[in-house]
Design a protein around this ligand. Structure first.
Ligand code: PAF
Length: 280
């Protein structure tokens, strides 16, 4: 496994593999790898000759008051995990190479970036779309892998790739959960012992929604209301949003039907957690 820090070198290595017609799989990450990331890496490994994992804590997707400075960076552990999974290249560029002085170009997917998580985090998805576009240009992968936990991110990236005719296939892999139901997230490391228990309320509220839908309830407002009541029972939980939206355009829907997304963001202490359930 090779670690590449330089953009030009990354492009050249990827180009050589493309010329030998070797399929390239890219897993973009910000590091602090957990089983969720590793499920993407394993899928990339199964489907490609050459696997690149990018590890880059992207400053452009953090707001001024967010956790850029404290974001976990267990780089050595990440290398051990990637080596174990048979990754070929870790692309770990420096921020000043990605955003040199005078950098001016950003990618915005309109009418999707400002919804749900985009409301309390203005600019977040512009930062995500920009870095992902840059990585697609540098590596030019055949396939790139993202997690369903970041459902809005996946919708935005798919739309961006379609709108900008970027020749890459996007694969979105299922949410990986702990045994107790908590969705895997790098930000779970911010949770105290009590916070870990309180955080279960996110998946519990989604399970409640599932049960209500299975029992025949279709009214989004009633489902959101029940989820809201369950979460509000936990003193430590601060709801940012609970939404039921169309899974493609992320617009709110009144009556539950197939292909809608139930998504929520809740703060537990200083950890901002998201989770979702796709109604199929
Ligand atoms: O999902 C993430 O970890 C990040 O948003 C991504 C896609 C690696 C871009 O920085």
């Amino acid at each position: 496994m090779k670690i590449i820090r330089n953009i030009k070198e990354m492009s050249e290595v990827a180009k050589k593999h493309r010329q030998r017609r070797k399929s390239i799989g890219l897993v973009p990450t910000m590091g602090a790898l957990h089983e969720g990331h590793l499920s993407l890496v394993r899928q990339a490994r199964r489907e490609n000759v050459f696997v690149v994992v990018s590890i880059f804590v992207n400053p452009a997707q953090f707001g001024a008051k967010e956790d850029l400075k404290s974001y976990p960076e267990p780089f050595k552990n990440d290398l051990v995990s990637c080596r174990k999974e048979g990754v070929d290249i870790i692309f770990h560029p420096e921020a000043k190479q990605i955003y040199p002085e005078g950098y001016k170009t950003y990618v915005e997917v309109k009418n999707l970036s400002d919804l749900l998580c985009g409301k309390p985090r203005p600019g977040h998805f512009i930062g995500v779309a920009t870095i992902v576009t840059k990585f697609f240009n540098i590596v030019q992968p055949d396939t790139a892998y993202f997690g369903q936990k970041d459902a809005q991110q996946a919708v935005i990236i798919k739309k961006m790739v379609k709108d900008l005719n970027i020749p890459v296939e996007i694969k979105v892999m299922p949410i990986v959960r702990q045994k107790d139901g908590l969705a895997m997230s790098s930000r779970n490391t911010y949770l105290s012992a009590q916070g870990k228990k309180d955080a279960l309320v996110l998946s519990q509220s989604l399970n409640l929604a599932k049960d209500l839908i299975q029992k025949g309830l279709r009214d989004s407002h009633k489902i959101i209301h029940s989820m809201n009541n369950l979460i509000k029972n936990k003193k430590a939980a601060k709801i940012e949003y609970i939404a039921i939206v169309d899974s493609k355009n992320l617009k709110p829907i009144e009556i539950i039907k197939n292909h809608c997304l139930i998504a929520l963001a809740v703060k537990i202490g200083k950890a901002r957690l998201i989770d979702n359930y796709l109604v199929t």
